[in-house]
Write a protein that binds this ligand. Structure first.
Ligand SMILES: *[C@@H]1O[C@H](CO)[C@@H](O)[C@H](O)[C@H]1NC(C)=O
Ligand SMILES: *[C@@H]1O[C@H](CO)[C@@H](O)[C@H](O)[C@H]1NC(C)=O
Ligand SMILES: *[C@@H]1O[C@H](CO)[C@@H](O)[C@H](O)[C@H]1NC(C)=O
Ligand SMILES: *[C@@H]1O[C@H](CO)[C@@H](O)[C@H](O)[C@H]1NC(C)=O
Ligand SMILES: *[C@@H]1O[C@H](CO)[C@@H](O)[C@H](O)[C@H]1NC(C)=O
Ligand SMILES: *[C@@H]1O[C@H](CO)[C@@H](O)[C@H](O)[C@H]1NC(C)=O
Ligand SMILES: *[C@@H]1O[C@H](CO)[C@@H](O)[C@H](O)[C@H]1NC(C)=O
Ligand SMILES: *[C@@H]1O[C@H](CO)[C@@H](O)[C@H](O)[C@H]1NC(C)=O
Ligand SMILES: *[C@@H]1O[C@H](CO)[C@@H](O)[C@H](O)[C@H]1NC(C)=O
Ligand SMILES: *[C@@H]1O[C@H](CO)[C@@H](O)[C@H](O)[C@H]1NC(C)=O
Ligand SMILES: *[C@@H]1O[C@H](CO)[C@@H](O)[C@H](O)[C@H]1NC(C)=O
Length: 804
């Protein structure tokens, strides 16, 4: 990072500062050694200094960074001293740290730490972090610290906090003016503790909000900035005292940052520029009018790039058009048509800063929309993997649209606004079976088209269009008739399978290209997000072991409602797959996964790898499909946490089921289950046979330990010559399903294990989910329910898993 490039300069600077401080300064005040102007205390590392300063007519005791830079803490901000040469910082007889004004030698108490009943044996010390602490001399116990009484600056390791039960807050308060440190009107604190976020208050009115913290970033602060750096975090305390903390502590200690609440209510983050030897701006909270809380009033949406900046949400109109047209947004927007309980249409606003006053409802996504529909007062919902499902009732305030970042916000609209189209929209995906190509028909595109008709929805359509236009218009579009002909009018005989999402058909285009067609309707609602996710993920990928997006088509006339899903291609001929074919399938899946994890432009965790998501083409080449659950990672992330545990039970790793942690290693786990299933032709999630109610994993582990692992092999494989290979595969499978994610191999390692007979495999450790009972316990909270209410624990036996 730019900021941290000048490590050597820092060292030199520190040495210089140290040599100065050693010569001239101490860091401690004892009862016998008070501090007089012009003396200063300096922290041991020379970074911080404490002393009296006089910005204008009055003097204050403050702490400042480096030599000439901003004052980061002020003791007596509301008790100024007229003449600092008569002021004294000392330990009083009762042990408190006090400022005395000895003008005319009457010793007036100006400021005190005001602790009662403390040991009088205390010392005050300026620590290397910039924290001034009052300690019990004998025990070293900290009685008081400046970090608990901040002024307008947040330093590294300092904590802003709010207690959920007591309401006690440690917050920043601005200076009155740049030269006057007395209490200003702005404060910065943590609020909305069910989904904590930063708030700047102007008096008692909110002035700016960060949007909720999702564990990585604030939803209302888009882009790469200091708030997204590793080291910036917001946490609830683990002491069960209900305290939430915001802090930053960068691993790279050469990165010096301060966060200042300015006298005009902005937040400025400064970093130390080692070249300029001065502070430079790293980030500013309020860059445009849109950042000011509730700029566009209730149910308005602010977009800094549009002119005018405010518009009404879809389905809303200005409360007072004459005011609105004069760009007085304060009275906001109201619904054109009151929402009815049965209204269940939604319009998606991409890249949004979500509205204030969200109600947290559940950690999972699949029922977020349902929960909103069920509750008559629900106006909107949004889902973020790091937060869960957010619902809104009442007015939607402080929504903003970004060009990147933010989250998808779904605004509930009357059926009449969406209903007409609802029955007429059919969305279809087609996948070529023989050449592994998909044809997509996208509902996203429809949304874009529809909303663009309405002026009030202009903003919406722009945001919708941003992704879809760019990404989907690149795809060739298929005419509905062409697909209908290809699939013999979606004839039942052409149905490849029925996933929870809906039917998949096989078809043949006029040029002989074989395709699979997936259908989706708006009416099914639930899977739409997964579908969009899938469209976007697939459109970015291209690999021989993944299905590929070929094109899309939008049909507005088809009234049947279907959601789409891939399914394993099945064939009634029930030909038994030989070991060679099974091995090729395993290897193909492994290569596809490796591509997802390592080689693609994006880094993707599939999260729902299972047998029924593997398509086979005519040559029985495996294609990983269904990216509805896939998660795109930054290349630097290794692991993410989600409160939304989705996936298919029986394939999900323990850390994912229990803690919502997913990583490449969760896919590896699913892959291990797949290997065992393919080898044994038994299903992990429904393996009852053994008296001990073991899962397939548990059964395999038992056989392994009893040295009878050959017993796992599907009897139909027959060919004894390859037993060693099969055993090796089982061994790899067991390595993949080990309890601890760190013990499981990466896909790179798996590929080399699969391909090399010489590599010695480590003995597997005990796997997770040995017992079926354990799995059932977690099942209820972790299955993925499709829109039609079915679980996606569908399974196609290996006899069915083959091409035509
Ligand atoms: C820490 O900062 C130094 C100097 O800027 C830089 O060279 C180094 O790469 C940084 N370390 C890390 C882990 O980012
Ligand atoms: C400082 O004192 C001068 C003269 O008394 C006065 O005019 C000025 O307003 C004061 N400045 C502040 C910031 O109080
Ligand atoms: C401040 O106090 C010192 C001694 O206590 C005195 O010499 C000086 O004149 C005073 N300055 C002002 C401006 O009153
Ligand atoms: C003061 O502290 C002593 C022990 O430290 C304790 O016994 C006493 O009750 C305290 N008094 C008050 C008023 O808190
Ligand atoms: C302060 O501590 C010293 C020992 O550290 C002890 O002898 C002395 O009595 C203490 N004074 C008070 C007032 O507690
Ligand atoms: C306690 O204070 C005395 C002086 O008042 C000092 O000599 C001694 O080192 C201090 N003890 C501790 C543990 O700080
Ligand atoms: C939590 O609260 C308990 C009881 O009020 C207190 O003893 C404990 O010190 C608190 N923990 C922290 C870390 O504040
Ligand atoms: C540091 O930067 C500030 C503005 O950010 C400027 O006012 C000040 O003069 C600079 N100081 C030095 C020593 O360059
Ligand atoms: C709109 O606002 C203007 C001035 O603010 C006011 O005169 C007018 O009555 C308002 N119209 C309505 C319908 O409230
Ligand atoms: C905007 O309208 C409100 C009434 O809705 C009014 O109180 C306020 O003064 C108006 N602001 C401006 C700048 O006209
Ligand atoms: C409906 O939702 C609102 C806000 O989300 C919530 O306060 C209210 O309790 C809900 N009502 C029911 C019946 O769930």
């Amino acid at each position: 990072m730019e900021l941290t490039r000048h490590f050597i300069h820092l060292t030199v600077l520190l040495l210089v500062l140290l040599s100065i401080s050693v010569a001239t300064s101490r860091d401690t005040i004892t009862p016998s050694h008070p501090l007089n102007e012009p003396e200063t205390l300096s922290s041991n590392n020379g970074m911080f200094h404490l002393g009296f300063f006089t910005p204008t007519n009055y003097s204050y005791l403050g702490i400042w960074y480096m030599s000439n830079t901003p004052v980061v803490w002020v003791a007596n901000r509301d008790q100024p001293i007229k003449n600092s040469s008569s002021a004294l910082l000392q330990i009083s007889e009762d042990g408190n740290l006090v400022i005395m004004d000895n003008a005319n030698s009457n010793g007036i108490l100006v400021w005190s730490t005001s602790l009662s009943n403390i040991s009088s044996n205390t010392t005050a010390q300026l620590l290397n972090t910039g924290n001034l602490v009052l300690q019990e001399n004998t025990t070293g116990r900290i009685l008081w610290q400046s970090f608990q009484h901040p002024t307008n600056t947040l330093l590294q390791k300092m904590e802003l906090s709010t207690n959920k039960f007591t309401g006690k807050k440690v917050k920043l308060t601005s200076w009155r003016t740049p030269q006057d440190p007395s209490m200003g009107e702005f404060s910065l604190s943590l609020e909305r503790l069910s989904m904590p976020e930063e708030f700047v208050w102007k008096g008692v009115q909110p002035y700016w909000r960060s949007g909720p913290w999702n564990g990585v970033t604030f939803l209302g602060i888009p882009g790469n900035n200091i708030n997204n750096l590793d080291g910036f975090y917001l946490d609830r305390s683990y002491d069960d005292n209900g305290t939430y903390y915001l802090s930053f502590n960068f691993a790279n200690q050469s990165l010096l940052l301060i966060c200042v609440l300015t006298d005009d209510g902005n937040i400025n983050d400064y970093y130390w520029d080692y070249v300029k030897k001065n502070w430079s701006i790293a980030w500013i909270a309020i860059n445009s009018e849109c950042d000011v809380y509730g700029k566009c009033g209730a149910s308005g949406i602010c977009d800094r790039t549009s002119e005018p900046i405010c518009s009404c949400l879809p389905g809303f109109e200005p409360m007072n058009s004459s005011e609105w047209n004069r760009q007085n947004w304060s009275s906001g927007c109201i619904r054109k048509k009151a929402l009815q309980c049965e209204d269940n249409g939604f319009v998606m606003l991409e890249n949004s800063k979500t509205a204030d006053f969200a109600v947290w409802s559940s950690p999972t996504e699949y029922d977020c929309r349902t929960q909103c529909i069920r509750n008559c007062s629900c106006e909107a919902y949004a889902y973020d993997a790091g937060i869960g499902c957010m619902l809104w009732a009442g007015s939607l305030i402080d929504i903003q649209r970004f060009s990147t970042g933010g989250t998808d916000l779904y605004i509930r609209v009357p059926n009449s606004d969406s209903g007409k189209k609802k029955n007429t929209v059919t969305v279809i995906i087609a996948v070529t079976v023989t050449v592994g190509v998909i044809v997509l028909v996208s509902c996203i595109f429809i949304l874009w088209k529809r909303t663009s008709r309405k002026d009030v929805d202009r903003a919406n359509s722009e945001s919708q269009g941003r992704v879809q236009k760019n990404e989907l218009l690149e795809l060739s579009q298929f005419e509905f008739e062409r697909l209908a002909i290809a699939t013999n009018n979606f004839h039942l005989n052409n149905k490849l399978g029925q996933g929870g999402f809906g039917p998949v058909y096989k078809g043949t285009l006029e040029d002989g290209q074989e395709i699979a067609v997936k259908r989706l309707s708006r009416a099914s609602g639930q899977g739409q997000e997964e579908f969009m996710n899938e469209v976007l993920v697939i459109s970015k990928l291209q690999h021989r072991n993944l299905v590929r997006l070929l094109g899309c088509y939008i049909a507005e006339r088809y009234s049947n409602s279907f959601l789409l899903n891939f399914n394993a291609i099945s064939d009634p001929s029930k030909q038994v797959l030989s070991w060679e074919k099974r091995f090729a399938i395993i290897e193909g899946i492994a290569r596809g996964l490796l591509y997802l994890h390592r080689d693609s432009r994006l880094r993707i965790i599939h999260r729902d790898l299972k047998l029924s998501n593997i398509l086979l083409d005519g040559e029985l080449n495996a294609k990983i499909s269904d990216f509805g659950m896939a998660k795109i990672f930054c290349h630097t992330e290794d692991e993410a946490n989600t409160r939304r545990v989705v996936g298919t039970f029986g394939y999900m790793s323990p850390e994912y089921v229990m803690e919502g942690l997913f990583s490449e290693k969760s896919d590896v786990f699913s892959f291990g289950v797949l290997i065992l299933e393919i080898v044994s032709k038994r299903k992990n999630a429904s393996f009852y046979e053994d008296a001990e109610s073991l899962s397939l994993i548990g059964f395999a582990w038992k056989l392994w330990n009893d040295d009878k692992i050959a017993g796992l092999i599907d009897a139909e494989i027959g060919n004894v010559s390859s037993v060693a290979d099969i055993m090796r595969c089982i061994h790899i499978g067991l390595l993949c399903v080990q309890e601890l994610a760190r013990d499981r191999p990466t896909m790179t390692a798996v590929i080399s294990m699969l391909n090399s007979e010489t590599v010695n495999l480590a003995p597997p450790k005990q796997p997770a989910f040995m017992h079926r009972q354990t799995m059932l316990d977690t099942d209820s909270s972790s299955h993925r329910t499709r829109s039609d209410g079915s679980h996606s624990i569908n399974y196609l036996s290996l006899t069915n898993m083959q091409g035509r």
